[in-house]
Design a protein around this ligand. Structure first.
Ligand code: GNR
Ligand code: NI
Length: 181
């Protein structure tokens, strides 16, 4: 028997898919059941997000094609937010141009247009509906994560030339990583 009597579960860090992996293009399905397996998936995604120092993580990025997003905007990384079947409406479509990064496009930071202020509607991890008005970086992140659930990536907003440069560089890096094990 395991002598560890603590109820804390072991950290599970999932693999984050990287562009141009085709699985990042799948459109995620709505979640209809709030099972124990879903709770485990949520906790594993939070572990993964914290381990990778991300502000957010969409299920699509860890090859789980259901409409689930986790985020944490707190200083101490102790206020996890869970969004199931998230949707947003634009409250202020003034441009919120910030440098955007993505764990699935590592090493690249680009200016992308996003609405400055949005209202998010989602279910929490137990299926209870909630709404949240967000602006600044959190508004950017919400739009970025919901894009992931629709198979869309930040590189899609760039010129074909820029997108192809990023693709080539990441493909090279992936080949090198394979060779070096
Ligand atoms: O960690 C992340 N930082 C970030 C910064 C600016 C705009 C969006 C983001 S989301 C990103 C994590 C990620 O890839 N989520 O899908
Ligand atoms: Ni991302």
């Amino acid at each position: 028997m395991n002598k560890d009597t603590s109820l804390e579960k072991i950290m599970t860090v999932l693999t984050v898919l990287e562009y141009p992996d085709k699985r990042l293009r799948k459109v995620a399905e709505p979640i209809t059941e709030f099972t124990d397996a879903l709770q485990t998936q949520i906790d594993d995604m939070l572990d993964t997000m914290y381990d990778e120092n991300g502000l957010g993580l969409a299920a699509t990025q860890v090859d789980y094609h259901h409409r689930l997003v986790v985020m944490d905007f707190s200083e101490e990384h102790d206020k996890p937010l869970v969004f199931i079947n998230p949707e947003f409406e634009v409250l202020d479509d003034e441009a919120n141009e910030c440098q955007e990064g993505c764990l699935s496009v590592p090493g690249f930071y680009e200016h992308i247009y996003r609405a400055a202020k949005v209202k998010v509607k989602a279910l929490d991890r137990h299926g209870k509906p909630f709404e949240l008005d967000v602006d600044q970086l959190m508004a950017v992140c919400v739009q970025h994560e919901i894009d992931h659930l629709d198979g869309k990536l930040m590189v899609d907003y760039l010129s074909p030339l820029k997108r192809n440069r990023i693709k080539t560089k990441l493909e090279k890096a992936h080949k090198l990583a394979l060779k070096e094990g």
